[in-house]
Design a protein around this ligand. Structure first.
Ligand SMILES: Cc1cc2nc3c(=O)[nH]c(=O)nc-3n(C[C@H](O)[C@H](O)[C@H](O)COP(=O)(O)O)c2cc1C
Length: 182
């Protein structure tokens, strides 16, 4: 019997009609037999990073964000690329996690769904490595021309769909491997 795993999905886009948010919904539906997904409401809710508050006085939103990540088996990030980099709101949210270590060894999937996406993806992978996220090549995917592949809330590109399924199955395997034999 497949054991359900808890996953937190974070969108790097704060846009109401974001394709990354739609993609998260598609993934939630396609992997509902394996993952119980919680969606982080909006990275815009996280205050600006301030190292002076990092340890002694983190804002309540940051404490909640850290607790959410601690409580799940894995994290899925779906994000666009902005100006050849990582969207500022997402990078800001992650900066609060550098010293607090919630990502350390956490099975993580990164999907960059954008017009292009390679550069932002590469930059975010470097950040995820620094915070010791357990992200491997098989749990990474760049989906370029995302707006042509998502229509009416559906992923219409079959090859992309099978790549996304592969990423999620590998993410599940990372969790199982981390848990070790029962
Ligand atoms: C300020 C801004 C900068 C952007 N820069 C890039 C970029 O460098 N590379 C890219 O692939 N797309 C870029 N885009 C396009 C977005 O990736 C594209 O609109 C994407 O669908 C946004 O994701 P979302 O639909 O989840 O909001 C940019 C969009 C905005 C608003």
């Amino acid at each position: 019997m497949i054991q359900m795993k808890k996953i937190l999905a974070i969108s790097g886009s704060t846009r109401a009609n974001s394709s990354n948010k739609v993609l998260i919904d598609v993934i939630k539906e396609m992997s509902k037999d394996k993952f119980q997904m919680e969606k982080f409401p909006n990275v815009n809710l996280i205050p600006h990073f301030n190292p002076d508050e990092d340890f002694d006085n983190p804002p309540a939103e940051v404490v909640q964000f850290r607790n959410l990540i601690r409580a799940v088996d894995a994290v899925l990030i779906c994000t666009p690329e902005y100006a050849m980099g990582v969207p500022g709101s997402l990078k800001n949210a992650i900066d609060w996690l550098v010293s607090s270590c919630e990502f350390s060894k956490k099975p993580t999937a990164l999907i960059t769904a954008s017009s292009l996406g390679e550069k932002g993806h590469a930059a975010l992978i470097e950040t995820l490595k620094v915070i010791e996220a357990n992200v491997v090549p098989e749990t990474q995917l760049v989906i370029s021309f995302i707006k042509t592949k998502l229509v009416d809330g559906k992923l219409i590109d079959k090859e992309t769909e099978s790549r996304v399924r592969f990423v999620m199955s590998k993410l599940y395997e990372l969790i199982v491997a981390k848990e070790g034999p029962h």
